[in-house]
Write a protein that binds this ligand. Structure first.
Ligand SMILES: C[N+](C)(C)CCCC[C@H](N)C(=O)O
Ligand SMILES: O=C(O)CCC(=O)C(=O)O
Ligand SMILES: [Fe+2]
Length: 454
């Protein structure tokens, strides 16, 4: 399944300036239109910007395009060049470019005009009032040159679209690629990947190292920093290099031990089965940071399991169970009576949250402790949901999927709480853990600012 495999990283929008790989791409497109690129032949670009060519990102479309190009019946259209063909269809504008057949709704085209009066390029915001676009609008005139489509609208306004821009922003060009590239893992594959921990000094001082750290964190959903001074303050400084801290009812930075100071099993010495945290938030916390400041005793190892890997197995084995887990809304709840007030949190959403256009899982909400009463579906659906939930649980519990680590003072663990489940072994003795939750948007923002395409 494409959505679960490691997809090509996304590339920045190609500008209109010719890129060094353009000739290379053009040659391939010409080859394609002549039908001499074999199905399955790799279109991997030989230069970094070749993703401007849509089929470089979606080589699977190649064979499809060959067939279609061979049998295209063109109406109201003019072949503009070897690599681009278009036709004004009744309900959409059809564009074939770089081996990709795309369909654009006419209102969409008017709405996405990037002219100075319709779009503010300084703020990257739309100026055009979409509500003023006639819903039956059609272009009065169409022209395509090598790299640009020109549409003249009935009122005379002209929109220019880069063909590469259209390819990149079309449904067809987008649906096969993962929004968030990832490498699914079990214990062996993660261990064999030998992702080295980054040292605290490098993490704090070198942007390239931080970028590398974030790349791995986003690909695997976990990452470690070593040699961090074992204090809450230093842990806080560390995390702020990556993101804003997400404050919750547990505080901003938290530090906890088995004193049952809060009404939750986390604050005991008991084992905790694999789970995601804050499933009882409408938007569960994106990332979690753990730093074990001290442990004098036995046990207490941390368990990590790749939830996306387990979900991909369910999809492979029984799509109907995957579907149930991604459709049925489930409630999670946190009820805590504090001395002077009460916390009551409710989060509702499916166990597997997927993007509908590519079935890519972007968030798993799995916490059997905090799952609330199911009353959102009738009993016969509940039955099927339990079957699906069981299958996912079995996957999550396979010993080969369990990565066990012992957190020690100095070793900080980052967990993508939308993906990787954590748990812990029971323990004896004094054990103190500190950490915080991070705002997912800010982690991704930092990653993008360092040049990562996520
Ligand atoms: C991390 N910290 C100790 C502060 C909170 C633990 C929260 C535990 C809760 N059952 C959940 O899974 O969300
Ligand atoms: O004690 C631990 O290692 C983790 C406990 C836990 O699940 C949590 O704090 O979210
Ligand atoms: Fe937890």
């Amino acid at each position: 399944m494409t959505s679960f495999s490691m997809a090509e990283p996304r590339h920045p929008a190609a500008g209109s300036a010719p890129s060094p790989c353009q000739d290379h791409c053009t040659a391939r497109i010409m080859a394609l239109t002549r039908g001499i690129v074999r199905l399955g032949a790799s279109l991997q670009p030989s230069c970094g910007r070749a993703a401007f060519h849509p089929s470089a990102r979606a080589p699977l479309l190649l064979g499809h395009a060959q067939v279609l190009l061979g049998g295209l019946r063109l109406q109201h259209s003019a072949p503009q060049s070897n690599k681009c063909q278009w036709q004004l269809k009744e309900d959409c504008f059809e564009l074939t470019y770089g081996g990709l057949v795309m369909h654009f709704d006419y209102v969409w085209l008017r709405d996405h005009c990037r002219s100075a009066s319709c779009y503010n390029a300084k703020t990257n915001q739309r100026n055009l009032d979409t509500a003023n676009v006639e819903l039956t609008i059609r272009p009065a005139k169409t022209r395509v040159d090598d790299e640009t489509l020109f549409l003249t609208w009935p009122d005379g306004h002209i929109t220019r679209y880069g063909l590469a821009w259209l390819a990149q922003n079309s449904y067809e060009g987008q649906k096969k690629s993962a929004v968030q590239p990832r490498i699914l893992w079990d214990s062996d594959t993660y261990t064999n990947a030998k992702i080295s921990s980054i040292s605290w000094e490098k993490f704090m001082s070198c942007d390239d190292e931080l970028k590398n750290f974030l790349r791995n964190f986003l690909l695997y959903g976990i990452a470690f920093v070593d040699g961090v001074p074992a204090t809450l303050e230093d842990t806080e400084i560390l995390t702020q290099r990556v993101s804003l801290i997400r404050e919750t009812m547990y505080g901003r930075m938290w530090s906890f031990t088995s004193d049952f100071s809060r009404g939750d099993t986390a604050y005991t010495k008991l084992a905790l089965d694999r789970h995601t945290d804050t499933s009882y938030f409408q938007e569960p916390c994106g990332m979690q940071v753990f730093h074990c400041l001290r442990h004098e005793g036995t046990g207490g190892r941390t368990l990590l399991v790749d939830g996306f890997h387990a979900a991909s197995k369910v999809l492979e084995q029984s799509p109907e169970n995957f579907e149930l887990l991604s459709r049925i809304p489930i409630k999670h709840e946190y009820i805590e009576n504090m001395r002077d007030h009460r916390n009551h949190m409710i989060g509702i959403g499916p166990v597997l949250n997927v993007y509908p256009w590519n079935n890519e899982v972007y968030m798993i909400r799995y916490n059997n402790y905090d799952r609330a009463v199911i009353n959102t579906v009738p009993y016969n659906v509940v039955q099927r949901w339990y079957v699906a939930h069981r299958e996912l649980t079995m996957e999550l519990r396979k010993p080969q999927n369990e990565l066990w680590v012992k957190l020690k003072p100095g070793k900080v663990l980052f967990v993508d709480n939308w993906r990787v489940l954590h748990g812990r072994e029971s323990f004896t003795g004094l054990r103190q853990l500190c950490g915080c939750y991070l705002t997912r948007d800010d982690v991704l923002n930092t990653a993008r600012s360092l040049g990562l395409e996520v």
